[in-house]
Design a protein around this ligand. Structure first.
Ligand SMILES: [Zn+2]
Length: 117
């Protein structure tokens, strides 16, 4: 599929309204810079406070996400990262036990394989 920031922003808006994302007090879609990259090494990224205009940046790589479902699960993964942005230090960048627990919650609720998140 041909990806655009608008598509990802709208997918974000939908996921934002779904439990458990709806309980995590995530930023509004307009507070996030959505970017499409062509990075063969990563599926997506979440970056907090890079010093740019937006406090939050989510990238999705069109080199790795060719289908809608892959975009949705990648975006979900980055949204779990984002759900830790208020925590001290670089908690939002980690894939620790709490991160995995939240991925499991998302997978269970929305029908994704939590191991793919
Ligand atoms: Zn990650």
């Amino acid at each position: 599929m041909k990806l655009s920031p608008e598509i990802v922003r709208n997918l974000y808006s939908s996921l934002y309204c779904c439990y458990p994302f709806s309980k995590w007090d995530l930023p509004l879609p307009e507070e996030i810079d959505f970017q499409i990259t062509y990075d063969p090494d990563v599926m997506g990224t979440y970056l907090y406070d890079t010093g740019d205009d937006f406090e939050h940046t989510i990238t999705i790589s069109s080199a790795r996400c060719g289908h809608l479902m892959t975009v949705i699960t990648t975006l979900s993964h980055e949204m779990v990262h984002m759900s830790f942005y208020r925590r001290k230090g670089d908690k939002w960048a980690q894939h620790g036990k709490e991160f995995r627990k939240r991925c499991h919650m998302v997978g269970l609720e929305l029908g994704f394989d939590p191991l793919e998140l």
